[in-house]
Design a protein around this ligand. Structure first.
Ligand code: SAH
Length: 250
């Protein structure tokens, strides 16, 4: 029996892999990877490594979770190093916990390799810190997508009391999310930033207000995160990566 590594691949920029993830990808006999994994990262695998795509497309599972679990079991039986590669961090909306539970129940040896989550790193690449002295002393990371595609069950009043709100998988439901936050007491003029394809060459950010988002006035393409809070205003001074991309393009 080999070992399964549940590995976070970071948000996109291959240089944001951890050293541990980098080494494991190079040594892996099999890599089972998700949709948002940058192909440059997969090129690090050895030529004999078996690469298996098990991602989801538009909410539809290419492979159901049970089948992924079964594959992990099967590959672990016949290989030494099985890497289950997930975008960002495996324990932030990545179902890593479920896979770890399954492996534990089946007695398959495993390790968790945390990754850099998009929730914090993508805003950083847009020049937005999730906390800032005197401006934001708390932040929350929330899914904008409920179980089986339903609207998520969220305590909006409790959420409204947190300074910075970061929504993952929230693009499709952005209008409803903004409406709920305004109803729960957030200032309609509060700034909102959407960041598409963060930390990659195609990164793009769009700044708006809660009111405009609630009125359906924003156009955004997935994958994107969506952050609400006064820290968005800091971007004017500290935006760096998108400026750098502009300079490179010239
Ligand atoms: N485990 C991942 C999140 C998985 S949920 C993590 O820790 O980052 C997938 C959602 O993450 C996407 O719908 C999107 O909201 C967000 N996301 C992941 N990578 C992103 C990127 N490079 N740019 C913008 N959003 C990203």
């Amino acid at each position: 029996m080999g070992k399964v590594y549940l590995v976070g691949a970071g948000p996109g920029d291959p240089e944001l892999l951890t050293v541990k993830a980098y080494k494991l990808i190079q040594k892996a006999d099999v890599i089972l990877y998700d949709r948002l994994i940058n192909s440059e990262i997969l090129f690090l695998a050895k030529p004999t490594c078996e690469l298996i795509y098990v991602g989801k497309e538009d909410g539809k599972h290419i492979l159901e979770q049970d089948k992924i679990n079964f594959l992990l079991y099967d590959y672990a039986k016949n290989n030494d190093i099985v890497v289950r590669l997930k975008g960002g961090d495996p324990f932030v909306f990545g179902r890593g916990g479920e896979e770890a539970q399954f492996l534990a129940e089946k007695g398959i040896p495993f390790e968790i390799v945390p990754g850099i989550t998009s929730a914090i790193s993508v805003p950083a690449y847009a020049g937005v810190p999730v906390t800032h002295r005197g401006i934001a002393s708390s932040f929350a990371v929330i899914t904008g997508h409920g179980h089986k595609g339903q609207f998520p069950d969220i305590n909006w009043e409790a959420l409204a009391g947190i300074d910075t709100l970061v929504f993952l998988m929230g693009v499709a439901n952005r209008q409803k999310i903004a409406e709920n936050l305004i109803k729960a007491g957030r200032n309609p003029d509060e700034p909102v930033i959407f960041i598409e394809k963060g930390t990659t060459k195609e990164q793009k950010s769009i700044v708006s207000t809660l009111k405009e988002v609630a009125e359906g006035k924003t156009t955004v393409y997935s994958p994107a995160i969506f952050l609400i809070g006064k820290v968005v205003n800091l971007k004017d001074k500290t935006n760096w990566f998108e400026k750098y991309l502009e300079e490179v393009e010239i």
